[in-house]
Design a protein around this ligand. Structure first.
Ligand code: ZN
Ligand code: ZN
Ligand code: FE
Length: 764
């Protein structure tokens, strides 16, 4: 009991992600443990607390808030002051001030350890119940229709709690106190197994058992999860994997895997402490791990790729399923090629009818499609490559005060963003806006995110590219429209992600973006000052015969690059030795090319027919991929560049020479790089060494440009910086040359970050 004589009162205000995470029950618990009286409540501004007791206990209380707070909560600000006591007689959780639309919608939280124990304990009333959750875990963003986050505003409103669940919900000492999706097998959602025609085969636990058997027998099951359907198959069954690839029209792109537990992950992959932390985190993303022992995992899961995309179970349904299976499964987004992920069972029957053999569904509706996030550890910290479940829609905090604004992002890996006050809410990954389904998902994402925050935009921002569907869509809104250059948007996304102030040298390297001069950019350097953002350097341009076709055919980029250097010499017949001494017919891009195909290329390049100029590093990568004979066709963007990265030998320090031309903007001339590569091809130098030399050269280019521009802060953004070796080598080289490098952390370096950059740049 506290000593009456030295009793004092502590008033605390906490801001951050502290609502809907079990924060008030946590405060209740530590207050009562320390014999403190007073109260806690939620308001639109955050959590308010008043507690009374001995000074010593109050200090302990403060320190426990920091050390024992719920894992998912984020404290942005904690203010407190000591006051005279009011002699409270008990500790209570006061009613919230409701209707606040400034509260933050939280992302999904992976099943907590307490809930895992519940579902595996035969004596627990939630034994094997696949929709178990508590205030520390479970669905959030995928079930919420509107704020405040109360059960009747979620898709759980159809389910009335039984008396046991209701008691938990009302008891501040219970970890299900105000857990909005609280449920049990008596009152909550349940499973059903359907055949391809939607006929009920089985329900509840027997549906799960039959699903397990089907997967063991090599069948493909569409399983409704948290943010959409997964297509699931035995990862060791090569026939099942091949069938899935065929049915999904996805020839090479790696499939994500779900492993039963950490132990099986360790058996197959190299896992650092940080990677382990990520796998087991409340966000539970797919983590790209180096696979040292494929074991039974089919080669066809990730052809020519030493990495595996690995996640651990993150819902009770996954835990139950994986425990019964005991082996890794494919758990890939249920869609056809680049369409958005499927979320509704009736829609799934139509869209997935030619892909899945069975459908394991449940009756808790999903409000919005939220894919699994993808993370890779780069430069000793996580780099989010696809930002969705677990991360979206947490806001990026800025120093601006935004008028209500909408940004529609780019075309590939589209996300949208809305801004209000000092916050930018970047949506979950939507996808490539190439199909009617994805356009619909794009429109829905805008409508739903705006309505949650009651936001009516005053203005809209889009990409400069006139042909992007997102740009055309934005132009049809009756709002003031700003078009932002693609690579500048990348740079400002990275500035916001790192919260840095100009001056900054922004390096934006990617595949494709519409430039201010109408050519295709992608190897760009910008000098960002408080008022301006000029393009200060770029890669020498080359022709891209066939335009967009070059994305799927690295050979086209090689043609453009070689033609830039050798001109018509390249196509002369009989082929002469080129300047480097190599004869063209010896080179990989020409090896199985017919004479007539060669003539077509020559004609296009000579006359500039459908051969846009580009300064894209992504296409430059493709050209090298083609020259080295790694591949002449790709089935997804960046496939060639990834294979070039995977081929690379780590302990090589050699590099090629290059020239920086002293023009304005500076031009990075690649001619010596290509001549060097041709020399190495001539002597049959191992491609793993050529790849290393090439990557090292790119890092050196950035350092040399930084030295010429002489700005200390150098920022790396764009899809090329998903490349681990390139990013890490550049970071190291910049540091050695006394620069301060910045790269992405919470926002993807690829086009998934564009919308955030559009907002920031529009507000400058
Ligand atoms: Zn839980
Ligand atoms: Zn119940
Ligand atoms: Fe881009």
């Amino acid at each position: 009991m506290s000593n009456i004589n030295n009793k004092t009162r502590l008033k605390i205000k906490i801001e951050g992600a502290v609502q809907g995470v079990g924060f008030r029950p946590f405060i209740y618990r530590i207050a009562t443990e320390l014999n403190l009286n007073g109260w806690v409540n939620n308001s639109s501004e955050g959590v308010f607390i008043e507690v009374e007791g001995s000074r010593e206990n109050l200090e302990q209380f403060l320190s426990k808030i920091n050390t024992e707070k719920p894992a998912i909560s984020i404290i942005n600000n904690l203010n407190y002051k000591y006051l005279a006591p009011l002699n409270y007689s008990k500790f209570e959780i006061k009613k919230s001030v409701s209707g606040a639309k400034t509260a933050i919608v939280l992302p999904e939280i992976a099943t907590c350890n307490d809930c895992i124990q519940d579902i595996f304990n035969p004596k627990n009333r939630r034994f094997e119940y696949p929709f178990t959750n508590c205030t520390n875990c479970g669905p959030r963003y995928t079930i919420i229709n509107s704020l405040p986050y109360d059960r009747n505003n979620t898709t759980m409103s159809n389910f009335t709690m039984c008396s046991d669940c209701q008691k938990e919900y009302e008891n501040p000492l219970n970890r299900r106190f105000h857990a909005q999706p609280n449920a049990c097998s008596k009152c909550g959602p349940h499973l059903e197994l359907w055949d391809v025609s939607g006929n009920l085969i089985s329900s509840h636990n027997s549906a799960l058992k039959l699903t397990v058997n089907a997967i063991k027998n090599g069948q493909i099951v569409a399983i409704k999860g948290l943010g959409g359907f997964h297509l699931v198959a035995d990862a060791s069954n090569n026939d099942a994997v091949t069938t899935l690839r065929h049915r999904k029209h996805r020839p090479d792109k790696p499939f994500a895997l779900m492993f039963p537990n950490m132990e099986t992950v360790n058996n197959h992959c190299q896992v650092s402490d940080l990677e382990k932390q990520l796998l087991l985190s409340p966000q539970a993303p797919i983590v790209l791990l180096f696979c040292h022992n494929r074991g039974h995992i089919a080669e066809s899961i990730s052809p020519n790729n030493p990495y595996l995309g690995v996640m651990l179970p993150y819902t009770p349904l996954h835990h139950l399923l994986m425990k019964k299976l005991g082996f890794p499964i494919i758990a890939t987004s249920a869609n056809l090629a680049d369409e958005p992920i499927c979320i509704d069972e009736n829609e799934a029957l139509i869209r997935l009818k030619d892909i899945a053999d069975l459908f394991l569904i449940h009756n808790r509706p999903i409000v919005r499609a939220v894919d699994d996030s993808i993370v890779r550890v780069v430069g000793d910290r996580p780099l989010i490559l696809r930002r969705a479940r677990g991360y979206a829609p947490l806001p990026t905090l800025t120093n601006y005060d935004f008028p209500p604004m909408l940004a529609v992002g780019g075309h590939f890996k589209n996300t949208i963003a809305i801004a209000q006050h000092n916050q930018v809410f970047l949506s979950q990954h939507i996808g490539d806006l190439a199909t009617t389904q994805s356009l619909q998902a794009f429109e829905e994402a805008i409508a739903k995110l705006s309505s949650i925050y009651d936001l009516k935009p005053d203005s809209v921002v889009c990409d400069l590219h006139p042909d992007y569907i997102s740009s055309q869509w934005a132009a049809k809104l009756n709002l003031p429209l700003t078009r932002v250059q693609h690579h500048k948007a990348h740079v400002f996304a990275c500035i916001a992600d790192n919260d840095i102030k100009p001056p900054v040298l922004g390096v934006a390297w990617d595949g494709t973006g519409y430039g201010e001069d109408g050519t295709i950019w992608g190897g760009e350097f910008f000098l960002v000052t408080d008022t301006d953002c000029p393009r200060v350097a770029h890669l020498r341009q080359f022709s891209q015969p066939g335009g967009e076709k070059a994305v799927k055919e690295p050979r086209r980029s090689a043609m453009g690059i070689l033609y830039e250097i050798f001109g018509d010499e390249l196509f002369r017949s009989p082929p002469p030795p080129l300047r480097s001494g190599v004869v063209r017919t010896y080179l990989a891009p020409f090896k199985d090319m017919s004479a007539s195909a060669g003539q077509i290329y020559q004609k296009m390049l000579n006359n500039g027919i459908n051969t846009p100029k580009t300064s894209s590093i992504g296409r430059f990568f493709d050209g090298v991929v083609s020259l080295l004979g790694i591949r002449q066709q790709v089935s997804f963007e960046g496939q060639g560049a990834m294979e070039l990265e995977f081929l690379l030998r780590n302990n090589i320090n050699q590099k090629y020479s290059f020239i920086i031309r002293d023009t304005n903007p500076l031009i990075v001339d690649f001619e010596p790089i290509i001549l060097g590569i041709l020399d190495d091809i001539k002597i049959n130098l191992d491609r793993s060494i050529i790849s290393a030399k090439f990557h090292n050269t790119l890092a050196d280019i950035i350092v040399e440009i930084a030295q010429k521009i002489a700005i200390k802060q150098v920022l790396l953004t764009g899809g090329c910086f998903q490349n681990k070796y390139l990013t890490e080598r550049t970071i190291l080289s910049l540091k050695q040359a006394n620069f301060t490098p910045f790269w992405h952390k919470n926002i993807p370096p690829n086009d998934g970050g564009i919308a955030l950059g559009q907002i920031i740049i529009n507000n400058r």
